[in-house]
Write a protein that binds this ligand. Sequence first.
Ligand SMILES: Cc1cc2nc3c(=O)[nH]c(=O)nc-3n(C[C@H](O)[C@H](O)[C@H](O)COP(=O)(O)O)c2cc1C
Length: 186
Amino acid sequence: MRVLAVSGSLRAGSHNTRLLHEAARLLPAGVELEHYDELKSVPPFDEDEEERPAAAVERLRAAVAAADAVLLATPEYNSSIPGQLKNALDWLSRPVATNVLRNKPVAVVGASTGAFGAVWAQAELRKVLAAIGARVVAAELAVPHADRRFGEDGRLADAELRAGLEDLVVELVEAAAERELRAVAA
Ligand SMILES: Cc1cc2nc3c(=O)[nH]c(=O)nc-3n(C[C@H](O)[C@H](O)[C@H](O)COP(=O)(O)O)c2cc1C
């Protein structure tokens, strides 16, 4: 089973990207996590380019299509989703009936340096994903004061947050396994 991890932050020292690396360490045996790292190269969404999207858009869609599940980690910018992440989701939402996120199990986590852990951005992201047709798992994880949560080794230092992240990835993997079983039965 393969999980595609997408960080909504473009910066090298991103706490959200770190959170995804921690998630990779907590995955059940036999599950691989692939980090999507081309978010910056996705062009602005343009309906006029839908017939012939840029190669970066095709690669993004292929990466999502090939994954059994998607794990998104979002920062919060001005109480909302970072623009480049929302832009990528707009590309992924088309074509509407057959978009690669439709029925795809997706989990959302978020880290911010503020006191609430990107909860507003996460709520908006979940809303957008539901509108696109993804199967958003119920588990949530907010990492507040993210600049103090990771040790020198890059690991999430807080045991409670680590346990919460582990529960979330297990729920995501279970949702993907259920979807696979249903597909085999159909
Ligand atoms: C443009 C901008 C807007 C921000 N707005 C918020 C905000 O609304 N709420 C919040 O908790 N943090 C906010 N922050 C702080 C981010 O949480 C912090 O920069 C965080 O580390 C970004 O995630 P990253 O480490 O994954 O890049 C903002 C940061 C920037 C650059």
